[in-house]
Design a protein around this ligand. Sequence first.
Ligand code: CS2
Ligand code: MN
Length: 356
Amino acid sequence: MKMTFRWYGEGNDKVTLGNIKQIPGVEGIVWSLHDMAAGELWSEERIAKEKAIIEAAGFHIDVVESVNVHEDIKLGLPSREKYIENYKETLRRLAKVGVKVVCYNFMPVFDWTRTELYKEMEDGSNALFFEKSKIENIDPIELIEKLSTNVDVTMPGWEPERLSRLKETFKLYENFTAEDLWKNLEYFLEQVIPVCEEVGIKMGIHPDDPAFPIFGLPRLIINKENIGRFLNLVDSPYNGLSLCTGSLGSANNDIPDIIDAYHDRIHFMHIRNVKRYDNGDFIEASHRACDGSVDTVKVVQTLHKHGYEGYVRPDHGRHIWGEEKWARPGYGLYDRALGIMYILGVWDSVEKNAKS
Ligand code: CS2
Ligand code: MN
């Protein structure tokens, strides 16, 4: 497996490429043009500039997360055509500079959703928290307003242009079913995957987070069965997965079993842990298996068993050693670095055992 680290770009991330360079084992930066609205065509100049910065620091640029899908594509509106054309052209431009994998998601309205960004833990650290009863009893717009008042960074999927149109967007999803969403996802893939086959980019869809419907909106990539259905929509190795153990771990999914079933279609792994409670709440935990509900040791062992050669990154970390004062929620430096050492520790020991 190839270890990577998500970085939000110069001036947009307090973590520096120099910081990342000191984490053992990191070969590549997972990047994006974070100021691009979904549906916009990425300029070649901007792509080239980002590539130059990342490569100058000694990292590869093989993985982009995310090229966001415009809401009109998910809704299946006639205007989707121009956004799909932009998407295809962006993929061609990314392939030209050597990008190998593009991560995206197909969740209506929101990317990941939590009810608290800095939930205090007993040890003084804090982490992203999801309280189910709160979600059931709050208006989504109120929730977003509450969460975004304390945060001066733009979180992925919570971009200002998207949030400003929340009310309108929710209206468009009235009477919209999961089957409608499946149909629109299939349409998108039928257009985009042939381009990927031509230019050599592997698409990896990110599971929905949390992995169950919220605010009455349908969610598709939430369990083994649905992932199987997704892969069959367009049965090509270019139509694959960014398998996120934290997102799938927010519901009772057997992730090693999912890896066994679909390992040849996994292009990118997000490895993290969450602790699930019986009432449906969950909190993001350290990467260590015994700290949460995801058996992260078995996840890494299973990847090793299948000779996984794709990309991996530690996903959300807790905020530790006071970094919540400056870190982007879930994307500080320290806990993600610890996560890498844990993942590599398990991998190295399995590897060593296999050889002896
Ligand atoms: C999240 C998402 O779990 C995660 O990785 O932080 O923002 C994720 O990057 C997107 O859903 C992928 O498109
Ligand atoms: Mn993830």
